[in-house]
Ligand binder design. Structure first.
Ligand code: HEC
Ligand code: HEC
Ligand code: HEC
Ligand code: HEC
Ligand code: HEC
Ligand code: HEC
Ligand code: HEC
Ligand code: HEC
Ligand code: HEC
Ligand code: HEC
Ligand code: HEC
Ligand code: HEC
Ligand code: HEC
Length: 453
């Protein structure tokens, strides 16, 4: 780009010289009538810079006829910039125009000198690549419309390559984000990170006060994910929505890829169906409280909330303590193992899911007066049912989510195509069960019930 920039300048210079010489030539021929250059000598002296260029007859076009005219030009003090004597080949302009302009524009000059990032043409003192130093039809004496100005040196095609162009860019309002001269932020941005964007995206301002803000927004703003100029999708994400999270969360990518069962929305890369990429009132940037989030897709499950009894973790809305929302090697994306059948040969470890919170002694102690209430006298009925070759699994009796029966006893059990009802009656000291498949059986912690009768 800088090569193109140099050649453009040289060309502009060359053309200007031709115009300069020919316009002065006209002045000579008209000079005799219009009190212009009286003699050949006077004209030569003018071009050599031995005389000021404030010869009104020669350059009247600079003094009027422009909508926006520069102060010193209006007053005819051409001399502050032109000193033909010193630089006769550059219309008497010091090579570093910046130095000339700095004399009057001290504030801007100080800003340029104090800034970490100075724009190429400004650094080169080439102020007139953007400004016509005399005046122009545009405010700030710009030579071109804002975007036209920038595209005279920058290849905006690359910037506009995506189908979706950000509106301020399409409108050529580069200056809303970039300072044309200098700034302390890379790419000479007007402000840091998110501030740059929230001036227009006001709805994001309130979000920035939420309890949980995604780290990149605080660190770098919005550019890690969004291209500020253009892109291939509506939100101009730098990487497609189903992959962008893995740019930084590689550990999650590796973790998920290892699971034999992946939760469907995760498998589809739809992370934003559960997480906000920006901010949230909920931990882990979740779009909603965990259970409401799950129920938003698992609509049938929301009926659990209407049941009389809900299992402890459900009361807390904590589905993810048992389910890994991303995936797992266990059925039902459960974090730990839990047999899904009616019968299962007891093995240590297979009920890890439950014994994460409950005591394993529940199924390993034959006789007890303390470990469980599900006992007949001192016989532990949990051990009796579960810990054997053809053991009943927990889900044979309990519903892990919610139930209208006490002690989370399930109301029915799916058996083939039909379902068998289970009626559980709790007493002060025990209980009895009338399942659809066999006769009533009971237990009592004080006086053992004889079920053989
Ligand atoms: C604020 C500084 C400044 C003032 C004041 C100024 N000029 Fe210039 N002038 C320049 C610069 C810088 C250039 C070189 C422009 C370029 O690089 O394209 C220039 C170029 C010119 C040129 C040659 C190219 C062209 O644009 O035609 C003429 C002629 C000229 N000036 C005449 C004048 C006259 C006459 C006045 C006073 C009425 C004047 N200038 C006042 C800065 C100034
Ligand atoms: C002799 C003092 C002087 C010099 C030298 C000078 N300027 Fe100015 N400039 C002014 C004044 C005074 C104004 C105030 C606005 C007006 O009346 O044009 C101004 C206004 C401007 C503006 C418009 C600012 C606005 O807020 O509208 C621009 C752009 C500008 N100058 C650029 C330049 C450039 C580029 C140079 C060097 C090539 C330069 N000036 C050199 C005195 C100067
Ligand atoms: C890349 C194009 C570009 C270059 C090069 C450039 N300017 Fe500007 N300048 C602008 C634009 C665009 C504005 C309009 C105001 C804005 O958006 O900040 C402006 C505004 C100004 C203003 C008025 C507002 C202010 O910030 O004070 C002055 C004075 C000025 N420029 C002077 C200069 C001087 C002196 C130089 C050279 C050292 C220079 N400019 C180089 C594009 C440029
Ligand atoms: C909404 C704010 C915004 C607008 C409007 C904007 N930019 Fe940018 N621009 C940025 C940001 C932010 C960066 C830094 C990009 C990054 O770090 O990924 C940047 C970087 C750049 C870069 C350097 C890096 C690159 O991608 O080559 C150029 C050149 C550039 N912008 C030119 C322009 C031009 C020209 C316009 C107007 C047509 C414009 N910008 C409009 C925000 C903006
Ligand atoms: C006269 C040619 C020229 C014009 C006109 C021009 N630029 Fe540049 N720009 C350059 C050059 C040369 C560089 C590379 C040197 C550098 O990094 O500053 C550059 C670099 C940049 C950069 C990235 C580098 C940085 O500073 O971090 C941005 C952003 C940029 N320009 C934006 C703009 C915008 C916006 C405009 C329109 C107001 C514009 N440019 C007009 C020549 C130009
Ligand atoms: C000058 C105001 C302005 C600034 C500054 C601005 N934007 Fe925008 N942005 C808009 C407008 C207007 C739209 C809507 C355009 C449309 O709907 O096509 C938009 C749309 C968007 C969209 C797409 C939203 C959607 O639902 O389609 C994203 C993403 C976006 N901007 C991000 C950013 C980022 C990131 C920044 C900071 C680098 C930023 N914007 C700075 C004005 C701005
Ligand atoms: C970690 C990546 C990331 C960061 C950082 C980020 N975004 Fe987004 N943004 C996204 C994703 C992904 C979407 C698409 C969400 C969707 O499709 O539902 C999006 C969507 C948007 C939208 C469209 C409307 C919406 O809310 O869905 C706007 C506007 C937006 N972002 C602006 C911003 C602004 C402004 C910032 C900086 C304050 C920012 N983004 C920072 C990833 C990010
Ligand atoms: C530019 C890098 C980057 C991108 C892209 C990114 N993140 Fe992050 N994310 C981070 C950083 C840094 C943290 C904070 C450090 C950490 O906890 O790992 C974080 C934290 C998080 C957290 C909170 C972790 C916790 O323990 O509290 C979640 C959830 C998250 N990101 C989800 C996403 C999702 C979903 C996406 C895609 C829309 C995404 N991230 C894209 C960098 C990124
Ligand atoms: C079905 C909803 C859902 C989807 C889809 C989802 N997550 Fe999560 N994610 C969660 C929940 C819920 C948590 C909190 C886990 C907890 O409570 O332990 C979480 C936690 C996280 C965390 C922080 C804690 C941790 O486990 O490391 C990161 C990072 C994360 N998710 C990234 C992602 C990424 C990346 C994607 C897309 C591949 C994604 N998530 C898809 C629901 C989801
Ligand atoms: C964006 C929609 C969506 C959200 C949110 C969601 N799921 Fe899912 N989930 C699905 C889809 C789709 C399937 C696969 C079809 C099915 O089994 O219903 C699925 C399947 C499941 C399965 C069965 C998995 C298997 O391998 O058999 C469980 C268990 C599950 N989800 C639990 C949850 C939990 C817990 C949450 C909240 C953390 C949650 N889901 C949030 C869409 C979602
Ligand atoms: C105590 C552990 C635990 C908690 C907490 C838990 N689940 Fe489950 N979930 C399971 C088990 C075990 C299964 C396997 C099916 C069964 O045994 O009934 C399952 C199955 C599922 C299924 C698929 C089959 C079905 O019954 O529809 C969905 C969907 C589901 N859970 C959603 C949720 C949601 C939503 C929450 C939070 C409101 C939640 N789970 C909380 C253990 C739990
Ligand atoms: C044959 C049916 C049945 C099976 C199988 C069963 N339970 Fe129970 N469970 C009960 C009954 C009945 C109660 C209520 C005892 C009372 O309060 O009278 C109970 C109570 C409980 C309690 C409350 C504390 C206590 O022990 O009184 C927990 C915890 C519990 N069961 C966990 C489990 C776990 C874990 C499994 C699987 C390893 C399981 N149950 C298997 C019938 C069963
Ligand atoms: C995250 C901890 C946690 C996990 C894991 C867990 N539970 Fe519970 N469970 C509780 C809490 C807390 C209570 C007490 C509140 C209540 O009655 O639901 C409870 C109570 C129970 C009760 C009823 C106790 C009574 O006195 O009525 C049964 C039955 C039960 N759990 C079975 C299970 C089974 C079966 C599993 C394995 C699938 C399991 N739990 C996994 C926390 C957990």
């Amino acid at each position: 780009m800088s090569r193109m920039f140099i050649s453009e300048t040289v060309r502009a210079l060359f053309i200007s010289i031709i115009i300069f010489v020919s316009s002065c030539g006209n002045a000579v021929s008209a000079g005799a009538d219009n009190k212009g250059f009286i003699s050949e000598n006077e004209f030569t002296a003018h071009t050599k810079g031995e005389m000021g260029c404030v010869t009104q007859q020669c350059h009247t076009q600079f003094l009027n006829g422009r909508e926006f005219s520069h102060g010193p030009v209006r007053t005819g003090t051409c001399i502050v910039c032109h000193s033909a004597k010193e630089y006769p080949n550059r219309y008497g302009i010091v090579p570093d125009q910046g130095a000339v302009c700095a004399g009057c524009h001290e504030k801007l000059d100080r800003k340029i000198k104090d800034s970490l990032f100075v724009h190429g043409p400004v650094k080169n003192g080439d102020c007139s690549s953007c400004h016509d130093p005399h005046g122009s039809g545009r405010s700030f004496f710009l030579r071109e419309s804002y975007s036209g100005l920038c595209s005279s040196c920058h290849n905006l095609k690359r910037m506009y390559s995506g189908e979706f162009i950000h509106q301020p860019v399409r409108d050529g309002n580069c200056g809303l984000c970039h300072d044309p001269h200098a700034s302390n932020y890379a790419s000479r941005l007007n402000d840091v990170g998110a501030n740059l964007c929230v001036i227009c995206h006001e709805d994001m301002v309130s979000g920035m006060t939420k309890e949980f803000i995604h780290a990149p927004l605080v660190k770098t703003g919005c550019n890690d994910c969004h291209d500020p100029h253009s892109g291939d999708n509506r939100t101009r994400l730098k990487t497609s929505a189903d992959k962008i999270c893995f740019n930084c969360h590689e550990e999650k990518k590796n973790e998920i890829s290892q699971y034999t069962r992946k939760h469907e929305p995760v498998e589809k890369g739809n992370c934003v169906s559960c997480h906000s990429p920006h901010f949230s009132d909920n931990r882990y940037l979740l779009l909603d409280k965990v259970d409401s989030l799950c129920f938003s897709c698992h609509k049938d499950s929301s009926t659990w909330k209407k049941k009389r009894f809900q299992h402890g973790p459900l009361v807390q809305g904590n589905c993810s303590v048992c389910h890994n929302p991303h995936g797992s090697d266990n059925p039902y994306i459960l974090r730990l193992s839990f047999p899904h059948e009616f019968y299962s040969t007891y093995m240590k470890g297979e009920y890890d899911l439950c014994f994460n919170c409950h005591k394993e002694a529940l199924v390993t102690t034959e006789k007890t007066l303390t470990i469980t209430n599900f006992r007949n006298g001192e016989i532990n009925l949990h051990m009796l049912h579960v810990n054997q070759k053809k053991g009943r699994t927990c889900r044979a009796c309990h519903d892990v989510h919610a139930s209208d029966q006490e002690d989370h006893m399930r109301e029915e059990f799916a058996f083939g195509a039909s379902s068998i009802p289970i009626e559980y009656i709790k007493t002060e000291t025990g209980g009895k069960c009338i399942p659809g498949c066999h006769r009533e059986r009971g237990y009592d912690r004080g006086r053992m019930v004889d079920n053989t009768k």
